[in-house]
Design a protein. Structure first.
Length: 477
């Protein structure tokens, strides 16, 4: 074993006996989670005090973080106050990207693993945005809320069940929002479909499917796997390592969030239990051997056992609905996220986007387009106008880089409105990963899903319905 690989095994904690695929800490316990008996305070529907300006500190300004800094910088009422990263070159690049925004003059934090704590302790920051490796999300979120900050985090909000509960308990105790970025129904066709669901177009919902499936695909459809910079499997070295000792659905949020909003999970229905199975690995181990011949970096990964390429997780809700989630980023397949919503009156299926009613087949294209226009929410139309004014979504530093959920989060904080996606959604979507690991390690055994609302889902209202109404006060739009 060469020193490169030996150092990696020591760092990753894989050298000890028993740390094999499917034998993670989660999977070793016969009771994979606790269930709280009471709720400290119901954050669903909670409206925090209005903020004239939302002052943001960013922890992690690498790939995801740098893009989000630029997105948030163009929103009215936002002030970029602090930037933190282990690597000073990333800070310098981000500062350079803000050169056209005179309203932002953030202080920089670096030099140690705990530099983020100094920034998160400041009294002049309202919102902490987290874009670090996954295992740091919960720690930073909890610390930030305990120091009086709202939290905006990349998914997941936690990698263990204990972390998910800790985030929920801290949010309830401090009454600080914890918003997890993921696909949702704030914009695009998902907002149209949410409107249709709420209007009863598909009838009583029965089943839904959401996925996180992709390999690197170019615009012309060719399969592209980057040979340099360790860009395979999630595009980041630390994310590649996540595929070694964790066998389950590692990234459920993007496929799950839109359909969860359509199914009213956490407010009207709730997950009950799930089962999960994974295929063998047919590509990742072999690929490491190929890459190691050209790049010494990959020698550390040769001979290791990777998770299965395709994970399939099936969830049953309290109302008897079913959800299928799939995760595969290592097989040559086009990208797919929110895929299907099915009711007793009709069905929507993506890629190609189409609708069918009963046994009559897919509706004609003209009828489909008319339905899309009829059910597009007003708030979505307003956002689309901003995008068009900026010249489309691929414009440089402009509104075109901002997502609808970015706008909506700032809108809610500035106007004292409840969040449509709150801490219970963040915890529920994140919990699917450790629960799926537990099930995979037991050959698809059934595992109960905890209720992070502690029963409040039975009486929680939908809150602000952005799909049908204008979405309350939206002065930013």
């Amino acid at each position: 074993m060469n020193s490169n690989r030996r150092d990696f095994l020591k760092t990753a904690g894989l050298a000890g006996a028993g740390m094999l695929i499917g034998a993670s800490k989660t999977a070793q316990s016969e009771q994979p989670f606790k269930q709280n008996e009471s709720q400290h305070f119901n954050m669903h529907g909670y409206a925090a005090p209005k903020l004239d300006r939302v002052r943001i500190g960013f922890v992690g300004v690498g790939s995801r973080g740098s893009g989000t800094v630029e997105r948030m910088a163009v929103i009215e009422g936002v002030e970029i106050t602090g930037l933190c990263d282990l690597y000073t070159d990333r800070l310098e690049n981000t500062i350079q990207s803000l050169r056209d925004f005179s309203d932002h003059d953030p202080e920089q934090y670096s030099g140690s693993d705990d530099a983020w704590k100094e920034m998160c302790s400041r009294n002049d920051i309202d919102l902490i945005y987290i874009a670090t490796p996954w295992d740091l999300h919960a720690e930073i979120a909890v610390f930030s809320m305990e120091h009086g900050k709202h939290v905006f985090t990349e998914l997941p909000v936690g990698v263990t069940m204990d972390e998910c509960w800790k985030v929920v308990e801290t949010s309830e105790r401090t009454r600080k929002h914890c918003f997890m970025e993921s696909s949702d129904c704030h914009g695009g066709i998902s907002s149209v479909l949410l409107n249709m669901v709420r209007d009863g177009f598909f009838g009583e919902l029965i089943h839904a499917e959401g996925h996180y499936i992709h390999d690197r695909v170019s615009d012309d459809g060719r399969w592209v796997r980057d040979e340099d910079n360790h860009q395979w499997f999630g595009y980041r070295p630390w994310r590649l390592k996540e595929n070694i000792n964790r066998n389950g659905n590692l990234y459920p949020g993007h496929g799950l969030a839109p359909l969860s909003q359509m199914m009213d999970l956490n407010y009207g229905d709730q997950m009950d239990y799930l089962v999960s199975i994974s295929s063998n690995d047919f590509t990742m181990a072999d690929r490491m051997e190929e890459l190691a011949e050209r790049d010494d970096y990959y020698e550390a990964f040769v001979g290791l056992e990777f998770r299965g390429n395709m994970n399939t997780t099936v969830i049953r809700t309290k109302k008897g609905r079913t959800i299928m989630l799939q995760h595969d980023i290592s097989s040559p397949r086009p990208g797919r996220r929110f895929h299907l919503i099915s009711g007793d009156k009709g069905i929507y299926e993506a890629e190609p986007s189409r609708i069918a009613m009963s046994h009559d087949g897919w509706v004609p294209e003209e009828e489909f387009e008319a339905l899309m226009e009829q059910y597009t929410p007003e708030i979505t139309k307003k956002f689309n106008e901003k995008v068009q004014q900026a010249g489309g979504r691929r414009g440089d530093r402009s509104y075109a880089r901002v997502t609808a959920s970015d706008w909506r989060l700032i809108d809610c904080l500035r106007n004292g409105l409840p969040l449509e996606k709150d801490v219970y959604d963040a915890a529920l979507y994140s919990a699917v990963t450790p629960l799926s690991e537990w099930s995979v390690a037991r050959q698809g055994a059934t595992v109960k899903v905890p209720d992070f609302t502690v029963g409040a889902w039975k009486t929680n209202s939908r809150g602000l319905d952005i799909s049908i109404q204008n979405g309350g006060t939206t002065n930013l739009l």
